[in-house]
Ligand binder design. Sequence first.
Ligand SMILES: Nc1nc2c(ncn2[C@@H]2O[C@H](COP(=O)(O)OP(=O)(O)OP(=O)(O)O)[C@@H](O)[C@H]2O)c(=O)[nH]1
Ligand SMILES: [Mg+2]
Length: 401
Amino acid sequence: MGEAVRMARAEFGPDAFVLQTGKARRPGLLGLLGPNWVAVTAGRDDERHEVVQVKREPVATSDQEIKQSQAAKSPKTGAKPKQKQSKRKSPSAQGRAQTGSQAKKPTKTPDQGRSTQRSLPASGTLPETTTATGAPAAEDKLVELVTQHLLERLRQQEVADRYLDELRPIFYRRLRQGGEAPQQRLFQVLTEQFLPAPPWRFGERPYVVPLVGPTGVGKTTTIAKLAAMHALTLGHKVGLLTVDTYRVAAVEQLRAYADILSLPLAVVYSPQEAPAALERLSDCELVLVDTAGRSPHATAQMEELPAFFAAMGQVHAHLVFSATTRESDLVEVLTSFSAHVPLAGLIATKLDETRTYGCLYNAVRLTGQPIAYTTHGQSVPDDIITADSTRLAGYLVGVEP
Ligand SMILES: Nc1nc2c(ncn2[C@@H]2O[C@H](COP(=O)(O)OP(=O)(O)OP(=O)(O)O)[C@@H](O)[C@H]2O)c(=O)[nH]1
Ligand SMILES: [Mg+2]
Protein backbone atom coordinates (compact mmCIF):
# COMPACT_ATOMS: atom_id res chain seq x y z
CA MET A 1 0.00 0.00 0.00
CA GLY A 2 2.76 2.36 0.97
CA GLU A 3 4.47 1.74 -2.32
CA ALA A 4 1.31 2.57 -4.26
CA VAL A 5 0.88 5.78 -2.31
CA ARG A 6 4.51 6.68 -2.97
CA MET A 7 3.92 6.10 -6.68
CA ALA A 8 0.89 8.35 -6.65
CA ARG A 9 3.00 11.06 -4.99
CA ALA A 10 5.79 10.57 -7.48
CA GLU A 11 3.24 10.94 -10.23
CA PHE A 12 1.36 13.93 -8.95
CA GLY A 13 3.92 15.67 -6.87
CA PRO A 14 4.40 16.10 -3.16
CA ASP A 15 1.05 17.87 -2.81
CA ALA A 16 -0.88 14.82 -3.87
CA PHE A 17 -3.26 13.54 -1.26
CA VAL A 18 -4.81 10.15 -0.75
CA LEU A 19 -8.54 10.17 -1.02
CA GLN A 20 -9.23 6.52 -0.55
CA THR A 21 -7.42 3.20 -0.28
CA GLY A 22 -8.78 -0.28 -0.54
CA LYS A 23 -7.94 -3.90 -1.26
CA ALA A 24 -9.64 -6.10 -3.76
CA ARG A 25 -9.09 -9.58 -5.04
CA ARG A 26 -9.79 -10.14 -8.66
CA PRO A 27 -11.52 -13.39 -9.45
CA GLY A 28 -9.68 -15.46 -11.98
CA LEU A 29 -8.98 -18.93 -13.19
CA LEU A 30 -5.51 -18.79 -11.85
CA GLY A 31 -4.78 -18.07 -8.26
CA LEU A 32 -1.49 -16.59 -9.24
CA LEU A 33 -3.10 -14.23 -11.65
CA GLY A 34 -5.91 -13.38 -9.35
CA PRO A 35 -3.80 -11.31 -7.01
CA ASN A 36 -4.76 -8.86 -4.37
CA TRP A 37 -5.09 -5.41 -5.85
CA VAL A 38 -4.47 -2.33 -3.87
CA ALA A 39 -6.43 0.63 -5.16
CA VAL A 40 -5.28 4.06 -4.13
CA THR A 41 -7.41 7.01 -5.07
CA ALA A 42 -5.25 10.08 -4.92
CA GLY A 43 -5.20 13.41 -6.56
CA ARG A 44 -4.41 17.04 -6.60
CA ASP A 45 -6.49 20.04 -7.33
CA ASP A 46 -6.16 20.55 -11.00
CA GLU A 47 -6.30 17.22 -12.67
CA ARG A 48 -7.10 13.51 -12.50
CA HIS A 49 -4.39 10.98 -13.02
CA GLU A 50 -3.86 7.38 -12.50
CA VAL A 51 -0.90 5.18 -11.99
CA VAL A 52 -0.51 1.47 -11.83
CA GLN A 53 2.08 -0.32 -9.83
CA VAL A 54 2.84 -3.87 -8.93
CA LYS A 55 4.84 -5.11 -6.04
CA ARG A 56 6.25 -8.49 -6.89
CA GLU A 57 6.77 -11.00 -4.16
CA PRO A 58 7.56 -14.71 -4.34
CA VAL A 59 4.78 -16.18 -6.42
CA ALA A 60 4.54 -19.28 -4.28
CA THR A 61 2.79 -17.15 -1.71
CA SER A 62 -0.59 -16.26 -2.99
CA ASP A 63 0.04 -12.73 -1.87
CA GLN A 64 1.50 -11.51 -5.10
CA GLU A 65 0.15 -8.10 -5.51
CA ILE A 66 -0.57 -6.13 -8.56
CA LYS A 67 -1.13 -2.73 -7.10
CA GLN A 68 -3.23 -0.26 -8.89
CA SER A 69 -3.45 3.29 -7.77
CA GLN A 70 -5.95 5.65 -9.05
CA ALA A 71 -5.50 9.34 -8.79
CA ALA A 72 -8.77 11.13 -8.91
CA LYS A 73 -9.36 14.75 -8.65
CA SER A 74 -10.78 15.49 -5.26
CA PRO A 75 -11.38 18.67 -3.40
CA LYS A 76 -9.48 19.16 -0.20
CA THR A 77 -12.65 20.64 1.21
CA GLY A 78 -14.73 17.58 0.55
CA ALA A 79 -16.82 19.43 -2.04
CA LYS A 80 -17.71 17.62 -5.23
CA PRO A 81 -14.72 17.34 -7.50
CA LYS A 82 -14.98 18.79 -10.96
CA GLN A 83 -16.07 16.27 -13.57
CA LYS A 84 -13.07 16.76 -15.70
CA GLN A 85 -11.48 14.08 -17.75
CA SER A 86 -7.75 13.67 -17.46
CA LYS A 87 -6.06 15.10 -20.49
CA ARG A 88 -3.72 12.14 -20.30
CA LYS A 89 -6.47 9.59 -20.63
CA SER A 90 -6.95 8.34 -24.14
CA PRO A 91 -10.48 7.59 -25.35
CA SER A 92 -9.61 3.93 -25.59
CA ALA A 93 -8.34 3.89 -22.02
CA GLN A 94 -11.59 5.42 -20.91
CA GLY A 95 -13.54 2.74 -22.72
CA ARG A 96 -11.52 0.00 -21.06
CA ALA A 97 -12.01 1.52 -17.67
CA GLN A 98 -15.72 1.46 -18.18
CA THR A 99 -15.88 -2.04 -19.54
CA GLY A 100 -13.45 -3.67 -17.12
CA SER A 101 -16.14 -5.96 -15.76
CA GLN A 102 -14.02 -7.35 -12.96
CA ALA A 103 -12.68 -4.02 -11.81
CA LYS A 104 -13.40 -3.04 -8.27
CA LYS A 105 -16.30 -0.64 -8.43
CA PRO A 106 -15.23 2.77 -7.22
CA THR A 107 -17.14 4.47 -4.48
CA LYS A 108 -20.02 6.34 -5.99
CA THR A 109 -18.92 9.87 -6.68
CA PRO A 110 -19.88 12.42 -9.28
CA ASP A 111 -16.89 11.14 -11.21
CA GLN A 112 -18.16 7.62 -11.26
CA GLY A 113 -19.30 7.62 -14.86
CA ARG A 114 -15.78 8.37 -15.93
CA SER A 115 -13.97 6.50 -13.24
CA THR A 116 -10.30 6.13 -13.91
CA GLN A 117 -10.08 2.90 -11.94
CA ARG A 118 -8.14 0.59 -14.16
CA SER A 119 -7.83 -3.11 -14.04
CA LEU A 120 -7.13 -5.92 -16.45
CA PRO A 121 -10.11 -6.01 -18.77
CA ALA A 122 -12.05 -9.23 -18.78
CA SER A 123 -12.14 -9.13 -22.52
CA GLY A 124 -11.07 -6.98 -25.40
CA THR A 125 -7.69 -5.80 -26.46
CA LEU A 126 -4.92 -4.11 -24.61
CA PRO A 127 -3.74 -1.51 -27.10
CA GLU A 128 -0.50 0.27 -26.52
CA THR A 129 -1.02 3.76 -25.20
CA THR A 130 1.30 6.37 -23.86
CA THR A 131 0.98 9.18 -21.43
CA ALA A 132 1.56 12.77 -22.37
CA THR A 133 5.10 12.42 -21.07
CA GLY A 134 5.73 9.50 -23.39
CA ALA A 135 5.79 6.95 -20.59
CA PRO A 136 4.01 3.67 -21.22
CA ALA A 137 0.38 3.85 -20.19
CA ALA A 138 -1.16 1.75 -17.50
CA GLU A 139 -2.26 -0.98 -19.86
CA ASP A 140 1.25 -1.47 -21.12
CA LYS A 141 2.48 -1.77 -17.58
CA LEU A 142 -0.24 -4.27 -16.86
CA VAL A 143 0.67 -6.38 -19.86
CA GLU A 144 4.25 -6.32 -18.62
CA LEU A 145 3.21 -7.17 -15.08
CA VAL A 146 0.88 -10.02 -15.94
CA THR A 147 3.52 -11.49 -18.22
CA GLN A 148 6.25 -11.11 -15.63
CA HIS A 149 4.02 -12.63 -13.00
CA LEU A 150 3.34 -15.78 -14.94
CA LEU A 151 6.93 -16.09 -16.15
CA GLU A 152 8.10 -15.81 -12.55
CA ARG A 153 5.69 -18.54 -11.53
CA LEU A 154 6.96 -20.75 -14.37
CA ARG A 155 10.54 -20.03 -13.36
CA GLN A 156 9.76 -21.16 -9.83
CA GLN A 157 8.25 -24.28 -11.32
CA GLU A 158 11.64 -24.81 -12.99
CA VAL A 159 10.55 -24.34 -16.54
CA ALA A 160 13.88 -24.01 -18.32
CA ASP A 161 15.11 -20.48 -19.01
CA ARG A 162 15.37 -21.17 -22.72
CA TYR A 163 11.62 -21.80 -22.87
CA LEU A 164 10.78 -18.82 -20.68
CA ASP A 165 12.59 -16.59 -23.15
CA GLU A 166 10.48 -18.03 -25.94
CA LEU A 167 7.27 -17.71 -23.99
CA ARG A 168 7.68 -14.02 -23.19
CA PRO A 169 6.86 -12.64 -26.67
CA ILE A 170 4.10 -15.22 -27.11
CA PHE A 171 2.49 -14.03 -23.87
CA TYR A 172 2.78 -10.40 -24.93
CA ARG A 173 1.22 -11.14 -28.28
CA ARG A 174 -1.61 -13.10 -26.78
CA LEU A 175 -2.35 -10.43 -24.20
CA ARG A 176 -2.85 -7.89 -26.94
CA GLN A 177 -5.34 -10.05 -28.76
CA GLY A 178 -9.00 -9.95 -27.96
CA GLY A 179 -10.75 -12.74 -26.21
CA GLU A 180 -11.27 -13.93 -22.71
CA ALA A 181 -9.68 -12.61 -19.53
CA PRO A 182 -5.90 -11.99 -19.78
CA GLN A 183 -5.00 -14.72 -17.33
CA GLN A 184 -7.04 -17.19 -19.34
CA ARG A 185 -5.26 -16.17 -22.52
CA LEU A 186 -1.91 -17.00 -20.94
CA PHE A 187 -3.24 -20.24 -19.53
CA GLN A 188 -4.43 -21.07 -23.04
CA VAL A 189 -0.91 -20.56 -24.42
CA LEU A 190 0.40 -23.20 -22.02
CA THR A 191 -2.49 -25.54 -22.68
CA GLU A 192 -1.87 -25.36 -26.42
CA GLN A 193 1.76 -26.25 -25.91
CA PHE A 194 0.88 -29.47 -24.14
CA LEU A 195 0.00 -31.48 -27.21
CA PRO A 196 -2.84 -33.88 -26.64
CA ALA A 197 -1.64 -37.47 -26.80
CA PRO A 198 -3.29 -39.42 -29.62
CA PRO A 199 -5.52 -42.23 -28.39
CA TRP A 200 -4.25 -45.78 -28.59
CA ARG A 201 -6.11 -47.43 -31.46
CA PHE A 202 -6.65 -51.13 -31.36
CA GLY A 203 -6.93 -53.08 -34.59
CA GLU A 204 -6.41 -56.57 -35.79
CA ARG A 205 -2.89 -56.96 -34.58
CA PRO A 206 -1.88 -56.08 -31.05
CA TYR A 207 -1.05 -52.43 -30.36
CA VAL A 208 2.41 -52.84 -28.84
CA VAL A 209 3.48 -50.28 -26.23
CA PRO A 210 6.98 -50.67 -24.76
CA LEU A 211 7.85 -48.52 -21.78
CA VAL A 212 11.47 -47.39 -21.71
CA GLY A 213 13.33 -45.18 -19.27
CA PRO A 214 15.95 -44.94 -16.55
CA THR A 215 16.16 -47.33 -13.63
CA GLY A 216 13.52 -47.14 -10.97
CA VAL A 217 11.27 -44.49 -12.53
CA GLY A 218 8.24 -46.78 -12.28
CA LYS A 219 8.04 -48.57 -15.64
CA THR A 220 6.87 -51.91 -14.27
CA THR A 221 4.44 -50.36 -11.81
CA THR A 222 3.04 -48.18 -14.59
CA ILE A 223 2.61 -51.22 -16.82
CA ALA A 224 0.56 -52.83 -14.07
CA LYS A 225 -1.56 -49.68 -13.73
CA LEU A 226 -2.09 -49.44 -17.48
CA ALA A 227 -2.87 -53.14 -17.74
CA ALA A 228 -5.48 -52.86 -15.00
CA MET A 229 -6.98 -49.72 -16.53
CA HIS A 230 -7.31 -51.27 -19.96
CA ALA A 231 -8.26 -54.79 -18.93
CA LEU A 232 -10.53 -54.10 -15.96
CA THR A 233 -11.95 -50.65 -16.63
CA LEU A 234 -11.98 -50.42 -20.43
CA GLY A 235 -12.48 -54.12 -21.14
CA HIS A 236 -9.61 -54.49 -23.58
CA LYS A 237 -7.73 -57.74 -24.13
CA VAL A 238 -4.30 -57.04 -22.66
CA GLY A 239 -1.10 -59.08 -22.78
CA LEU A 240 2.20 -58.43 -21.01
CA LEU A 241 5.66 -59.02 -22.43
CA THR A 242 8.99 -58.38 -20.77
CA VAL A 243 12.45 -58.04 -22.20
CA ASP A 244 13.79 -57.15 -18.75
CA THR A 245 15.55 -60.42 -18.08
CA TYR A 246 18.70 -59.07 -16.44
CA ARG A 247 17.20 -59.62 -13.01
CA VAL A 248 15.06 -62.59 -12.02
CA ALA A 249 13.19 -60.32 -9.66
CA ALA A 250 12.16 -58.09 -12.57
CA VAL A 251 10.39 -60.95 -14.35
CA GLU A 252 8.80 -62.09 -11.13
CA GLN A 253 7.56 -58.56 -10.41
CA LEU A 254 5.70 -58.48 -13.72
CA ARG A 255 4.53 -62.08 -13.36
CA ALA A 256 2.93 -61.20 -10.04
CA TYR A 257 0.88 -58.47 -11.71
CA ALA A 258 0.01 -60.77 -14.64
CA ASP A 259 -1.25 -63.39 -12.19
CA ILE A 260 -3.33 -60.94 -10.17
CA LEU A 261 -4.90 -59.51 -13.31
CA SER A 262 -5.12 -62.91 -15.05
CA LEU A 263 -3.22 -61.66 -18.08
CA PRO A 264 -0.92 -63.66 -20.36
CA LEU A 265 2.80 -62.95 -19.97
CA ALA A 266 5.60 -63.60 -22.45
CA VAL A 267 9.27 -63.40 -21.48
CA VAL A 268 11.70 -62.54 -24.27
CA TYR A 269 15.46 -62.99 -23.82
CA SER A 270 16.65 -61.93 -27.26
CA PRO A 271 15.30 -59.98 -30.22
CA GLN A 272 15.04 -63.27 -32.17
CA GLU A 273 12.42 -64.54 -29.71
CA ALA A 274 10.22 -61.47 -30.04
CA PRO A 275 8.13 -62.40 -33.11
CA ALA A 276 7.12 -65.78 -31.67
CA ALA A 277 6.27 -64.21 -28.32
CA LEU A 278 4.05 -61.64 -30.00
CA GLU A 279 2.43 -64.41 -32.01
CA ARG A 280 1.43 -66.06 -28.74
CA LEU A 281 -0.21 -62.77 -27.72
CA SER A 282 -1.81 -62.19 -31.11
CA ASP A 283 -5.35 -62.29 -29.77
CA CYS A 284 -4.60 -59.33 -27.48
CA GLU A 285 -5.58 -55.82 -28.49
CA LEU A 286 -2.86 -54.24 -26.37
CA VAL A 287 0.55 -55.65 -25.46
CA LEU A 288 2.49 -53.73 -22.83
CA VAL A 289 6.24 -54.36 -22.97
CA ASP A 290 8.43 -53.95 -19.89
CA THR A 291 12.10 -53.13 -20.39
CA ALA A 292 15.09 -52.92 -18.09
CA GLY A 293 15.97 -49.52 -16.69
CA ARG A 294 18.83 -47.99 -18.58
CA SER A 295 21.29 -45.28 -17.78
CA PRO A 296 21.36 -42.68 -20.53
CA HIS A 297 25.16 -42.96 -20.40
CA ALA A 298 25.24 -46.73 -21.03
CA THR A 299 25.37 -46.65 -24.80
CA ALA A 300 25.62 -50.42 -25.25
CA GLN A 301 22.45 -50.96 -23.18
CA MET A 302 20.63 -48.27 -25.08
CA GLU A 303 21.57 -49.81 -28.39
CA GLU A 304 19.89 -53.09 -27.50
CA LEU A 305 16.47 -51.49 -27.44
CA PRO A 306 16.06 -50.75 -31.16
CA ALA A 307 16.97 -54.35 -31.98
CA PHE A 308 14.18 -55.67 -29.74
CA PHE A 309 11.65 -53.22 -31.10
CA ALA A 310 12.57 -53.82 -34.73
CA ALA A 311 11.82 -57.50 -34.17
CA MET A 312 8.35 -56.64 -32.85
CA GLY A 313 7.15 -54.79 -35.95
CA GLN A 314 5.33 -51.54 -35.32
CA VAL A 315 5.67 -50.41 -31.72
CA HIS A 316 4.57 -47.26 -29.88
CA ALA A 317 7.31 -46.76 -27.32
CA HIS A 318 6.69 -44.41 -24.40
CA LEU A 319 9.49 -42.88 -22.40
CA VAL A 320 8.86 -42.98 -18.66
CA PHE A 321 10.52 -40.30 -16.55
CA SER A 322 10.16 -39.29 -12.95
CA ALA A 323 8.90 -35.78 -12.23
CA THR A 324 11.48 -35.66 -9.46
CA THR A 325 14.39 -35.79 -11.91
CA ARG A 326 16.79 -32.86 -11.88
CA GLU A 327 16.58 -30.67 -14.97
CA SER A 328 20.09 -31.41 -16.22
CA ASP A 329 19.66 -35.17 -15.74
CA LEU A 330 16.28 -35.07 -17.41
CA VAL A 331 17.74 -33.40 -20.47
CA GLU A 332 20.25 -36.24 -20.74
CA VAL A 333 17.61 -38.90 -20.28
CA LEU A 334 15.26 -37.39 -22.83
CA THR A 335 18.00 -36.70 -25.35
CA SER A 336 19.59 -40.11 -25.06
CA PHE A 337 16.40 -42.17 -25.18
CA SER A 338 14.87 -40.22 -28.03
CA ALA A 339 18.11 -40.61 -29.99
CA HIS A 340 17.92 -44.41 -29.71
CA VAL A 341 14.20 -45.16 -29.73
CA PRO A 342 11.50 -43.59 -31.89
CA LEU A 343 9.05 -42.36 -29.27
CA ALA A 344 5.27 -42.15 -29.47
CA GLY A 345 4.75 -40.41 -26.15
CA LEU A 346 5.87 -39.72 -22.60
CA ILE A 347 4.71 -40.90 -19.20
CA ALA A 348 5.59 -38.78 -16.18
CA THR A 349 5.70 -40.61 -12.86
CA LYS A 350 5.91 -39.73 -9.19
CA LEU A 351 4.04 -36.44 -9.43
CA ASP A 352 3.03 -37.13 -5.83
CA GLU A 353 6.64 -36.66 -4.76
CA THR A 354 7.05 -33.11 -6.00
CA ARG A 355 5.29 -29.79 -6.23
CA THR A 356 7.55 -28.61 -9.03
CA TYR A 357 6.16 -29.44 -12.42
CA GLY A 358 8.31 -27.53 -14.90
CA CYS A 359 9.87 -30.81 -15.98
CA LEU A 360 6.57 -31.74 -17.64
CA TYR A 361 6.77 -28.69 -19.86
CA ASN A 362 10.51 -29.08 -20.46
CA ALA A 363 10.07 -32.72 -21.47
CA VAL A 364 7.32 -31.95 -23.95
CA ARG A 365 9.27 -29.08 -25.50
CA LEU A 366 12.51 -31.04 -25.66
CA THR A 367 11.12 -34.20 -27.23
CA GLY A 368 8.14 -32.78 -29.13
CA GLN A 369 6.18 -35.69 -27.68
CA PRO A 370 2.91 -35.53 -25.75
CA ILE A 371 2.52 -36.73 -22.20
CA ALA A 372 0.06 -39.60 -22.35
CA TYR A 373 -0.23 -40.45 -18.66
CA THR A 374 0.90 -39.16 -15.31
CA THR A 375 1.22 -41.29 -12.19
CA HIS A 376 0.70 -40.07 -8.68
CA GLY A 377 1.60 -42.80 -6.23
CA GLN A 378 2.54 -46.40 -5.70
CA SER A 379 -0.93 -47.81 -5.61
CA VAL A 380 -1.86 -50.15 -8.45
CA PRO A 381 -4.22 -49.62 -10.22
CA ASP A 382 -5.40 -46.30 -8.84
CA ASP A 383 -2.56 -43.84 -9.09
CA ILE A 384 -2.56 -43.10 -12.79
CA ILE A 385 -4.31 -40.38 -14.77
CA THR A 386 -4.76 -40.03 -18.50
CA ALA A 387 -3.04 -36.74 -19.18
CA ASP A 388 -4.86 -33.84 -20.76
CA SER A 389 -3.54 -30.46 -21.77
CA THR A 390 -5.62 -28.41 -19.35
CA ARG A 391 -4.63 -30.50 -16.39
CA LEU A 392 -0.95 -30.34 -17.34
CA ALA A 393 -1.03 -26.57 -17.75
CA GLY A 394 -2.90 -26.41 -14.45
CA TYR A 395 -0.05 -28.14 -12.64
CA LEU A 396 2.30 -25.44 -13.86
CA VAL A 397 0.23 -22.50 -12.78
CA GLY A 398 -0.96 -23.99 -9.53
CA VAL A 399 -4.49 -25.01 -10.45
CA GLU A 400 -4.96 -28.69 -9.75
CA PRO A 401 -8.25 -30.01 -11.08
N1 LIG B 1 5.69 -42.21 -5.18
C1 LIG B 1 5.57 -42.92 -6.28
N2 LIG B 1 6.26 -44.05 -6.40
C2 LIG B 1 6.12 -44.76 -7.55
C3 LIG B 1 5.29 -44.32 -8.61
N3 LIG B 1 5.39 -45.23 -9.60
C4 LIG B 1 6.23 -46.18 -9.15
N4 LIG B 1 6.67 -45.91 -7.93
C5 LIG B 1 7.62 -46.66 -7.09
O1 LIG B 1 8.90 -46.59 -7.66
C6 LIG B 1 9.61 -47.77 -7.33
C7 LIG B 1 10.20 -48.37 -8.59
O2 LIG B 1 9.11 -48.80 -9.40
P1 LIG B 1 9.31 -49.84 -10.58
O3 LIG B 1 8.00 -49.95 -11.29
O4 LIG B 1 9.93 -51.09 -10.11
O5 LIG B 1 10.36 -49.03 -11.45
P2 LIG B 1 11.06 -49.52 -12.78
O6 LIG B 1 11.23 -48.35 -13.66
O7 LIG B 1 10.33 -50.68 -13.36
O8 LIG B 1 12.46 -49.98 -12.21
P3 LIG B 1 13.56 -50.85 -12.97
O9 LIG B 1 12.86 -51.98 -13.60
O10 LIG B 1 14.50 -51.28 -11.89
O11 LIG B 1 14.22 -49.96 -13.95
C8 LIG B 1 8.62 -48.69 -6.63
O12 LIG B 1 8.81 -48.58 -5.26
C9 LIG B 1 7.28 -48.13 -7.03
O13 LIG B 1 6.26 -48.40 -6.09
C10 LIG B 1 4.57 -43.09 -8.44
O14 LIG B 1 3.83 -42.60 -9.29
N5 LIG B 1 4.76 -42.44 -7.26
MG1 LIG C 1 10.95 -52.59 -13.84
